[in-house]
Design a protein around this ligand. Structure first.
Ligand code: AMP
Ligand code: MG
Length: 234
């Protein structure tokens, strides 16, 4: 069962078994042990490494979208971690999976979103693209990513669906960092043109407890160990 955290922003209720399953598996790392300077870097590998958690997420989302009166015609995933979740849903629903990527990684003629900034600042704002024609007019699209942070990535997805003449049914992520107000960014954008689009984060940052910290206590060595060094340690 779902809870509405704020208008059109949903999460699993605290007693949901899927929420508990995700909480048991989800690891986070402090900046010392993570690739980005965010307080808690949520490790999607801790989800993919637990196949039964992946299956739980897949089954839940497939049932959710299959049972809609008007089911999605496309699943669109965000580079790169949305690519881990989207295809397992799209193949079950029997609909295409569309790749949203930076222009430098997508072939063909592209539609590009407005530039946006992410939680972990890359050097400059970035834009996202999809291939022209990958989503047709009148399509109904579900957007998928692992984490909703500031919401810049999600907003570019909404723009690309809109600019294809299609509708976003829902944006879904495993984790929504509520305090960063990512759903609000899209809901308040452009005179509220996206204010009716549901955002759904299966869990929020309260699942990233101290017990879920993946940091190796007391480790003083380098974070990255080279091939030869690793070989010599076997
Ligand atoms: P944003 O555009 O700010 O909502 O950032 C979302 C994107 O950045 C997602 O595609 C995530 O993969 C990644 N991301 C942002 N914050 C985190 C975090 N704390 N842990 C892991 N990934 C994150
Ligand atoms: Mg990402």
């Amino acid at each position: 069962s779902l809870e509405e955290v704020e208008p059109n922003f949903f999460t699993l209720s605290p007693d949901s078994p899927l929420r508990e399953t995700i909480q048991r598996a989800y690891r986070w790392y402090s900046p010392r042990f993570s690739p980005c300077d965010v307080p808690r870097f949520a490790d999607v590998g801790s989800i993919t490494e637990e196949w039964s958690v992946m299956r739980g997420i897949r089954d839940f989302l497939v049932a959710r979208y299959r049972n809609l009166p008007e089911p999605p015609t496309h699943i669109m995933g965000f580079d790169a971690r949305g690519f881990l979740l989207g295809p397992m849903i799209s193949v079950e629903l029997g609909v295409p999976f569309v790749l949203m990527r930076k222009a430098g990684k997508n072939p063909g003629i592209l539609i590009e979103s407005e530039p946006y900034e992410k939680e972990y600042k890359e050097k400059k704002a970035e834009a996202m693209t999809i291939r022209c024609g990958s989503i047709g007019k009148g399509s109904r699209v579900v957007l998928v990513d692992d984490v909703l942070a500031t919401g810049g990535t999600a907003l570019s997805g909404l723009q690309l669906v809109e600019a294809s003449g299609a509708t976003t049914i829902e944006f879904v992520a495993i984790l929504g960092i509520k305090s960063l107000k990512g759903a609000q960014l899209s809901h308040s954008y452009g005179n509220g043109r996206f204010s009716k689009i549901p955002f759904f984060a299966l869990v929020d940052e309260s699942v990233l407890t101290e017990a879920n910290c993946g940091d190796t206590a007391g480790y003083n060595g380098p974070r990255i160990i080279g091939y030869r060094e690793a070989l010599s340690r076997i």
